[in-house]
Design a protein around this ligand. Sequence first.
Ligand code: ADP
Ligand code: MG
Length: 350
Amino acid sequence: MTDRVTFRGVSKSYDGHQVVAPLDLSIAAGEFVVLLGPSGSGKTTLLNMIGGFATPSAGRVLIDGEDVTDLPPARRPTATVFQDYALFPHMSLAANVAFGLRMKGMAKAERLARAAAMLDLVGLAGFGGRGVHQLSGGQRQRVALARAMAVEPKVLLLDEPLGALDLALRRQMQEELVRLQKRSGATFVHVTHDQEEAMSIADRIVVVNQGRIEDMGPPDRVYLKPATLFAATFMGESNIIAGRVARVNGQEFLVETALGPVALRGAAVPDDAIHLVLRPEQLQLTPPTDGIALGRARVEELSFQGTHCRCHCRMEGLDLILRAPVAAGLRAGVEVNLYAARGDVVVLDG
Ligand code: ADP
Ligand code: MG
């Protein structure tokens, strides 16, 4: 099967400064891919190289196996929803949505019918005659989406399209985007710096840092078994514990840490210097099956979060973050024993 989008050795520099390192990336047809990374990591640049708004300094971009590197945006089977929506303020909503169809030479009656259908699809049926200034942020976002979807792109590119919306609306739009994507069958490439948004909408997350891909995979895999320390800290909170491999016995190895020795198992024995990664919800107050006793910790601070308590704990000079059940009734100043399931511990080299 041919990929929908392929990057082959693509890199990008501005004024001799490399912002995207040479990389390969394949995106399948019908996939919902999220590019996740901090501000300045190169997400928009990656998206723009698919859409034709940025030209790679080296490498090729293919869509359905065809080299589009030198094609302008209008000649690519892509459409983009920009971060600021970029609606035309002097045009009606219908004219905004029909704009790309007009550029393609579709007759007026047909394109207005399509625009009405697209507005209907994004929950703005009957809004076609209104002006952009009459809309809330969320409604503008929907119009931008309808305009991009109207041309039936094979690939829809979304650059932080939900960034300006409040939390409740953002959640609702996330669900709607997923529905729209599954219904249309289009490939979506969506940029965000919000890891919760990435996890809730992506088939596959690509974690980007300083123009490089740190990790990529389904959200649960990237969260539970991050490939790098950056991925572990950017995709949700992590407790990172430095260690040294002290003794190896077949598939078992002993790691010396500030918390004392930790016995682990793994198919591949890691390097000498390593880090152990444990999520706050993986620290436990009672010993699990095949558990490790990490030791005794003092609860320094805690905050009630409704579904759990988030606690800062101090143990052997380390600060650990614990997500404790509310029912445990922890208070600042108490001491607790902490455990982890051996299988939850992620071991990363370096
Ligand atoms: P992100 O979308 O992840 O915030 P960008 O892709 O916009 O990151 O930018 C990545 C880096 O490239 C940043 O350091 C940014 O300043 C730089 N950059 C982006 N566009 C240009 C440009 N047109 N000219 C010069 N530098 C740019
Ligand atoms: Mg950006």
